[in-house]
Structure formats: structure tokens, C-alpha cells
Design a protein around this ligand. Sequence first.
Ligand code: PEP
Length: 290
Amino acid sequence: MYGLKKRIVLSDVEPSREIRGFLVSCAVQMMKRRPIIGGNWKMNTDVESGMLLAGAVADHVGTCDCCEVVIYPPFLYLQAVDSVIDQTSLCLGAQNIWHEANGAFTGEVSGAMLNDIGVSSVLIGHSERRHVVGESDTLIAKKMKTSILDGFQTVLCIGETLEEREAGKTLEVVLGQLQTGLADVAPAQMQMVVIAYEPVWAIGTGKTASPEDAQSVHKEIRKCICGLYDESIANTLRIQYGGSVKPENAAKLFACQDIDGALVGGAALSADSFNAIVTAACESYKAQEV
Ligand code: PEP
């Protein structure tokens, strides 16, 4: 009797499947994406300056919840930095990961090791790994899979070189890297993924993509995610921009509809600059109307 009553109630008041789908899609479109700011320290700092920098960023971030902030110190300083930011809302990230769990992989670091020392986010496929070290799309896809299975927020970095841009191949390259990087990522795992669009020609060069150029690539990335997965995943996915982001250009980039924060290199080495970028992201988030 209870079951029957329950069935009648459900069929009487519940919206049809089509209307439910429509309502979910409206809700997703109205949802604000919380910006994420990453500070990629690359092979910089030493133990003392790293701890001081992390402390100054943690103090600035405080208990702010309108922006997620992650710092990516060199592997060797992760533990020391963690001791400074452990009880704060600043998150600890690693610049790389190896895709095997353990074994004869000299010089590499596994997900279990990163988990051991408090890392919660991992960068994969940074342009310096692709173009300086020579990591392939296949290796990057393996790392994506491992990083997600090991429970990390996983940031897939993609971007075209100047040569590729000038040859009109920006979207071909960027969307190709996106698809191969996500080849083994299931829809349910996409909540652990962040995409960082970083045109290679803008990284560490002082040249930034214009907000319009960056926005148009971000929009195509989101469209591609919609095709690979669905609209709800595309609308909730955060896409960071990276490439010479500084306090002077951050606000204009963050005002773009599909730019959800930044991955910052050079400017992340100064607490003043990085903190100003974090503030710009918070302000842009608060200014968004829903
Ligand atoms: C980066 O390392 O990801 C980066 C974007 O560097 P920079 O901000 O120095 O261009």
C-alpha cells in the first residue's frame, strides 16, 4: 500500500523527465563557478623563502571561501611548506606525478608519496613538461588517470606554441590535447578535473593573450567538453588561464565568462603580486550576478 501511494504521489507531482532535464540545465547555467588560482613555483625558491612565501599567501587567503587557492612548490619543499599551511585554507599542490604506483622509476614521485605528505592537487602536462622534458600526450593521459584514481584534484594543462598559433592551428592543438588528456577520464571523475589553458608563447614571456583571445579559446574548450561529456559537466568545469598573469591584467581576464581563475608562474613568487591576483579573483566572483 505504501509503495502504491508513493508511486501515485511521485507520478502526480514530479515533473516529467524533459522538464527535470531542463530545470537541471537552467540551474547549472545559473551556478557560479568558484575561481581557482594556482601558484606554480616551478624550480624556484629555497626552503626558507618557500616557507615565508607560503605563510604570506596563507595569511592573505585567510578563511576566504570565494576563491580556491593552491600553491605548487618544488617537490623537495612540499613537506616544509605543508607545515606552514597545514591548518589554513591554502591548498598544497605538486607540479608532477608518475603514473606507476612504485618500482624502478629513478627520480620519479608516485601518487601515494604525494598523498603521504598532504598534497591535494596535481599539475599534469605543463608546457615545460611537454616541450622541455618531452612528455607525450600518451604519457600525459596515463598520468591523468593515475592522479584521479589517487584522489587528487587534477589540473590538465594545454596550450599551443607560437608557431602553431601563427599557422592557425590553435584550436586543433588545444582541443586535441584536451581530448587525448581526458581519454580515460569518466564523466563522474570530471569533478576532480580543472583545465588550465596556457598558450606556450605567453608563459614566462610577459606576453598575455588578450582577454578576448583567451575567452574565445576557453569557450571552445567548454564546448568541446560538452560534446565529450554533457552540458552540466561543461558548465561546472573550471578552466584557468595561464600565461604572464599579473595584478595589472588579472581583473580583465577574470571578467570573461569562461575564465575561472589563473595558473600563475612568475607572479606567484612574490606574495604581493600573487595575493593581488587572488583578490582580483575574489572580487570578480563576488561581482558575478546569479
Ligand atoms: C606557468 O608556469 O604556468 C605560467 C603561466 O607562468 P607565467 O605566469 O610566468 O607565464
